[in-house]
Design a protein around this ligand. Structure first.
Ligand code: HEC
Length: 147
């Protein structure tokens, strides 16, 4: 009987933990959790952060204000070899400080499977997955952001 009691208590504790700790966190509210916030509190929340719809709109505006948002994910792949800030690593050339023209020329050349250095083949596969507009955006990104 004692064991059954312990087991029940254990289950109860887990249920409490789930109900009060995990479940409220699962609910996506677009900001600080408002699940326990109604009436005056909600009015205050809206005053500070805006309505959930406004918060969504602001987030989208921020994303579209970042002209490099389309290639930031791609750049993470490039950064694995060329360094987070394009500083280069060992055999991988630095990209920072280059002009847009320099970068796009190289990328178009690799896309056409041209040989530039001894390791051009490594870049053929990389450039093959870039669209022309990706190449233009990456060129601009490197010129503007990686100095
Ligand atoms: C697996 C490692 C690797 C990855 C990932 C990689 N590169 Fe490279 N990159 C190289 C190597 C090696 C070279 C030198 C190639 C050669 O010898 O011609 C190079 C050369 C370049 C060059 C020419 C630099 C110069 O001064 O000649 C550019 C531009 C470039 N990479 C851009 C990128 C971009 C943009 C990405 C992401 C889409 C990327 N690379 C991903 C390894 C990599």
């Amino acid at each position: 009987m004692k064991e059954l009691g312990m087991a029940l208590m254990g289950t109860f504790a887990i249920a409490l933990f789930f109900g009060f700790k995990i479940y409220p966190d699962l609910e996506y509210t677009g900001g600080t959790s408002v699940s326990s916030c109604t009436g005056m509190c909600y009015a205050e929340y809206v005053e500070t952060y805006g309505t959930p719809a406004e918060i969504e709109r602001k987030k989208q505006e921020l994303a579209s204000a970042d002209e490099f948002s389309s290639i930031r994910g791609l750049w993470a792949g490039c950064a694995a070899c060329h360094g987070q800030n394009g500083e280069g690593m060992a055999v991988f050339p630095a990209l920072k400080g280059q002009t847009k023209e320099y970068i796009t020329d190289r990328l178009y050349a690799y896309k056409n499977r041209e040989t530039i250095g001894a390791m051009s083949q490594t870049m053929w596969g990389q450039a093959a997955m870039l669209s022309d507009s990706d190449i233009e955006t990456i060129g601009k990104f490197i010129q503007q952001e990686l100095k």
